[in-house]
Structures are given as C-alpha cells and as structure tokens.
Ligand binder design. Structure first.
Ligand code: F6R
Length: 241
C-alpha cells in the first residue's frame, strides 16, 4: 500500500488527476472506475482543465461508476448520473455510450446488478478504480457488515451514510434509503486502485483501513489485499496514522 500525504485537499486532487491522466495517456482506451461525492471533485476539475488545454483525450475511455441511489430519477439534482454529467462527463469528450452508472430505477435491480458486473467483465475489467471512503469505512456503498459482498448489489444505507449525505439533499428524510453498488469483488479486481480522503471526519476510517484488521466491519480494509493501491490523503485524514 502506497500512502501519500499532502497539505491541502486541492493537492490531493491534483495528484489523483495526474495519476488518472497518466493511465489514459498510457492506455487511451482505459477503463476507469469512478466515484461521486465531494472527494473526487478537485481531481475531476483538474482533469477537465487538462482536457480543455488539449493535453487529455477521453474519446476512447470507458467508465463505470461505483454506485447510484435507488428510486430517484436520473435527472434528480442529487442523482449520481447527474453528478457525473455536471462534474465530468459533460465537460470532457468521453462518448456518452462509454459511460456507465448503475440504473437505480430498474424493475429488477438484482438483474441490473448482475448485468453491471457482466458489462465490466466484457469491457476487460477496470484499469484504474478511483474511490472515496465513508466515515464508516465504506467504499462504493459497501457498508460495514458481517461479510464482504463480492458482486454488484442493492444495499440498505446505514444511518452514518444517510447522515453524511444529507448535506446534498433538502432534508435527511429525502436521502434515499437504498442504493445499488459495485461489490468489493470488482473493486479489488481493478488493476490499480486510488483512494482519496480529505478532512478530519475521515481520519478514523483511514486509520482502520490502514492499520486495523482486514474485516467487513470496515470495508475499505479489503484494499490491503490489493497489490497496487495508493491512498492520497490530506493531513487531516492522515492525522490518526
Ligand atoms: C461515491 C461513493 C462513496 C463516497 C464516500 C465519500 O460514489 O462510492 O463511497 O466516495 O461516501 O463521500 P465524500 O467524498 O462525499 O465524503
């Protein structure tokens, strides 16, 4: 596990964007695993700047997002479809057919989940998986539990996640209670993993992920079994290491 610590969140974003850009330059048809939430935003901003300056071409890139809420429309202001459109896809030249975000509105979500894993396999797997981390140590929406869930699945969000994500919604009652998430299987099968964490409220989860037992009680701890994982942290997120 490679751990790099920076003074500011903006530098964390720069470093993440540099690693993602290097992946796309090395393999223009790269398959990127993408995350939403606050953590990747500085990295996406930097990738957009690189694209606008002509340094980065997304025309052959394929992407798979980690997760989506169940039961809100794709154009809902808090949906992850909309987030990706506004924060990355709409501002770079990735073909929309190449972008994938789980469909949280399908009639058969188990089937949707199975097809999502198959689509990743068919694309040749993920070259570089970008992750944030929840305060409770979740990656994607793999919430703490008794066992790691390997495949893409429907998850009931924990109180901790609902509380953390209510800032994006009008009220806590509006936060969906369910989501569809990639399992830890597709994440650890990615050839490289990049986890971004900034802020004091991530420090406990980072300590558990880096120094605690590998346990489904702290899903990010599974990353310790991965041969090519990099944690990009600011000083606050690294403060308990
Ligand atoms: C988002 C995702 C989540 C977030 C995590 C941290 O697609 O999968 O695991 O990465 O909840 O969210 P932020 O960055 O908003 O603190």
């Amino acid at each position: 596990m490679n751990i790099r610590i920076f003074d500011h969140a903006e530098q964390v974003g720069q470093a993440a964007a540099t690693i993602m850009a290097a992946q796309v330059l090395e393999k223009p048809a790269a398959v990127l695993g993408l995350a939403t939430g606050s953590s990747p935003v500085p990295a996406y901003r930097q990738l957009i700047r690189m694209h606008q300056s002509g340094a980065l071409d997304f025309s052959q890139v394929t992407s798979f997002n980690l997760d989506e809420y169940v039961g809100i429309p794709e154009d809902h202001p808090c949906s992850y479809h909309r987030f990706m459109q506004e924060n990355l896809f709409g501002q770079v030249n990735i073909p929309s057919d190449n972008t994938h975000v789980p469909d949280g509105n399908g009639v058969n979500l188990e089937e949707t989940a199975r097809a999502y894993d198959e689509a990743i396999q068919a694309a040749g797997g993920i070259d570089l998986q970008l992750l944030g981390i929840g305060r409770n140590g979740h990656i994607g929406f793999n919430e703490p539990g008794d066992e790691f869930i390997w495949g893409c699945h429907v998850v009931t969000l924990t109180e901790s996640t609902i509380d953390a994500n209510k800032r994006f919604f009008a009220s806590e009652a509006d936060v969906p209670r369910k989501a569809i998430s990639l399992g830890v299987g597709a994440i650890v099968a990615a050839r490289k993993v990049l986890l971004i964490a900034t802020g004091k409220d991530k420090a406990e989860a980072i300590r558990g992920a880096v120094q605690g037992d590998v346990s489904p009680r702290l899903p990010a701890s599974i990353l310790r079994t991965h041969p090519q994982v990099t944690f990009l942290l600011d000083r606050d997120a690294a403060s308990l290491l």
